[in-house]
Design a protein around this ligand. Structure first.
Ligand code: ADP
Ligand code: GLC
Length: 484
C-alpha cells in the first residue's frame, strides 16, 4: 500500500498546532504496519533547511506564478521517512508563519501557494511526477492540501483514491471568485456542487466534495460537523457525503510524550514511580515563582490563545478558583486581547498564577509534567492533543464535552471513580460557572489523595498510541483501493 500524505506542516520543522504532530507521527505508525508512506510538503524555509539528502525528482518549470519550481525527494531528519519537497522559492521562501505574514495577515498569494501543493500531489498520483513511485492513496490534510482531491478528480482515472482529513473546519481557505482562473480547473466546478461557497470558492470544500472518503480526527467531531452548530456553513455538504465521512481518533507520539523517557522534565516517572511527578511539580513551582503549596490544585494551560479554545472561561472563573485553592500556569500565544488578559491575570494573582506568552516545546513538557491538571475548555475541538498528553502524564484533564475531548476523557463521577473508569473532569455548558463547578469537583477529589491517585493510574493506563488509529486508516485505505 503506497500512501502519500500531503500537508503544510510537520513537527519538528514547521508547527502551528496539532496538525504538525499528526503529520509527523501517523505516517511513521503506518510505515511500522507495513505501508510504503511518503510525505509531500511545501518547501518553507525550515523544511528546505531541515530535510536531508535532497535530490531533484523533476524540474517542473514555471507554474502558479513561480518561475522556478522543482520537486525534490529527501528524508526527514532523524527518520527514514521519504519526503517530497516542493522547492518554489518565490512562493515559499519567506519568514512569518506558513499561512500569514509577520503582521498576522494572510499571505496574498495563498491560493497559488496551496493550489501548487495539491496540483503536485495529483501529478504524483497520475504517475507523471516521479517515474519511480506513485501512490495508491493520496491522503490530504486540512484546506492547505485539499485541492489535491479536486485535481485528482479532474484528471480522469488515476490509480489513486483520495482521503481528506478535516483537522479544523473553521479554517477553510476561501478565495475571491475572480481568482478562479488561477486554479486551471474547469469552470463547471465553480458551482455549488463544486467549490463555490457563498460567492467565493473554498479549498476546504474541494476536499469535502471530491475526496473518495472524508475523515475527521475524532468520532464525535465527525457527527458534530454534520450539524448547523459546528458545520461552519459546510454541514450541508458534509451531510450529503454521509456514508463517506468517519472519525478516527488521533494518537500521541510515545517517543516524544512519555514521562518515563522525557528528557525535558525535572525527573522521569511512570505510574509506579509517581514521586518523580511530585519532583516535577515542585520544580515547576520553583521555576515559575509560585507558592510552594503542596495542597494547591496546580492547573495548566498549553494552547493557542484563540476563541476556539474557550480560555475566556478560565479568565472569568479565575478569581473564584484562586480563592478556592487553584494555582494556574499558562503558556500560549495568539489573539492579542487574550494575551493581554492573561498577562493581567498574572499581575492580579502573584504567586498563584503564572503566564508565559510564547511558544516553547520543552517548557510545554515541564508544565504538563509538573501540573496536577490540564484545562481544555474548548468551544469546539476536533480532537485535541494536550488533554491526551495530560492523561499520559497523570495530569488530569478538565475539558468541555465536545469533539475529541468528549471521546478521550471519562468524567470522575463518584460511580466512574469507584468503577475505576474515570480519567478526568468533563463539563457541558460553555460558561464560567460550569467550568468553576468542574474545577471545584477536581479540588474535592484532589483533597482525597487516594482517590486522586486511583484516577491518575487509570488516566496513565489509557491506550493513546497511534497503533490502533493507524490500523483503522490502513483498513480504510485497503477498502478504498479495492473499490477504486
Ligand atoms: P490545536 O491544533 O487546535 O492548536 P491540539 O491540542 O491538537 O490543538 O495541538 C496543539 C499542539 O500545539 C500541542 O502539541 C501543544 O503542546 C502545542 N502547543 C500549543 N501552544 C503551545 C505553546 N505556547 N508552546 C508549546 N507548545 C504549544
Ligand atoms: C486541529 C484541531 C485539534 C486537533 C489537531 C490535530 O488543529 O484544532 O483539535 O487535535 O488539528 O488533528
Amino acid at each position: 500500500m503506497r500512501v502519500l500524505h500531503v500537508a503544510a506542516e510537520v513537527f519538528p520543522l514547521v508547527k502551528t498546532g496539532g496538525l504538525a504532530d499528526v503529520v509527523a507521527a501517523l505516517p511513521v505508525a503506518l510505515a511500522e504496519q507495513g505501508a510504503d508512506v511518503r510525505l509531500l510538503l511545501p518547501g518553507l524555509p525550515a523544511v528546505m533547511e531541515g530535510v536531508q539528502g535532497a535530490r531533484t525528482v523533476v524540474d517542473v518549470g514555471a507554474c502558479f506564478g513561480a518561475l522556478r519550481v522543482r520537486l525534490l525527494l529527501a528524508r526527514l531528519p532523524g527518520s527514514k521517512l521519504p519526503v517530497y519537497v516542493i522547492d518554489a522559492p518565490y512562493l515559499y521562501r519567506r519568514g512569518g508563519s506558513p499561512y500569514q505574514d509577520g503582521a498576522g495577515e494572510e499571505w496574498p498569494d495563498n491560493l497559488q501557494r496551496f493550489a501548487l501543493l495539491g496540483w503536485l500531489a495529483a501529478h504524483l498520483a497520475a504517475e507523471d511526477a516521479d517515474p519511480q513511485w506513485a501512490p495508491d492513496i493520496v491522503h490530504a490534510h486540512d484546506w492547505h492540501a485539499a485541492m489535491a482531491c479536486a485535481y485528482v478528480a479532474e484528471h480522469g482515472p488515476t490509480r489513486a483514491a483520495t482521503v481528506f482529513t478535516v483537522h479544523n473546519l473553521a479554517f477553510q481557505g476561501l478565495f475571491p471568485m475572480h481568482d478562479w482562473p488561477l486554479l486551471g480547473l474547469a469552470s463547471r466546478l465553480m458551482s455549488p456542487s463544486g467549490l463555490e461557497f457563498h460567492g467565493q470558492f473554498s479549498f476546504m470544500k474541494a476536499g469535502l466534495q471530491f475526496a473518495h472518503h472524508v475523515t475527521t480526527v475524532s468520532p464525535t467531531y465527525a457527527h458534530e460537523i454534520a450539524t448547523h452548530e459546528f458545520g461552519c456553513g459546510l454541514d450541508g455538504v458534509i451531510r450529503s457525503r454521509a456514508g463517506s465521512v468517519s472519525g478516527i481518533l488521533n494518537g500521541i507520539d510515545d517517543a516524544i510524550w512519555n514521562p518515563a523517557t522525557d528528557p525535558a522534565i525535572a525527573q522521569r516517572y511512570d505510574a509506579e514511580r509517581l514521586a518523580g511527578k511530585r519532583a516535577c511539580r515542585q520544580a515547576l513551582q520553583a521555576e515559575l515563582g509560585l507558592q510552594p503549596d503542596p495542597q494547591a490544585l496546580l492547573l495548566s494551560v498549553v494552547s493557542r490563545l484563540t476563541a476556539q479554545k474557550g480560555l475566556d472561561l478560565v479568565l472569568a472563573a479565575l478569581p473564584a478558583l484562586v480563592r478556592a485553592g487553584v494555582q494556574l500556569v499558562v503558556q500560549g500565544t495568539g489573539e492579542p486581547a487574550l494575551e493581554a488578559a492573561f498577562a493581567m491575570a498574572q499581575q492580579a494573582h502573584p504567586g498563584r498564577v503564572h503566564v508565559h506568552i510564547g511558544y516553547d516545546e520543552a517548557r510545554a513538557h515541564r508544565l504538563i509534567a509538573g501540573a496536577d491538571g490540564i484545562v481544555v475548555p474548548s468551544r469546539f475541538e476536533p480532537c485535541g492533543l494536550t488533554q491526551m498528553y495530560g492523561l499520559r502524564y497523570g495530569t488530569l484533564p478538565l475539558v468541555r464535552r465536545v469533539g475529541g475531548l468528549a471521546d478521550t476523557v471519562v468524567d470522575a463521577s463518584d460511580e466512574a471513580v469507584t468503577r475505576g473508569q474515570a480519567t478526568g473532569f468533563v463539563f457541558d455548558a460553555a460558561t464560567p460557572a460550569a467550568l468553576e463547578r468542574c474545577a471545584r469537583r477536581a479540588l474535592e477529589l484532589h483533597a482525597d489523595a487516594r482517590r486522586w491517585a486511583a484516577v491518575q493510574a487509570t488516566a496513565m493506563a489509557q491506550e493513546l498510541s497511534w497503533t490502533g488509529s493507524a490500523r483503522q486508516y490502513l483498513t480504510l485505505y485497503q477498502r478504498l483501493a479495492q473499490a477504486h
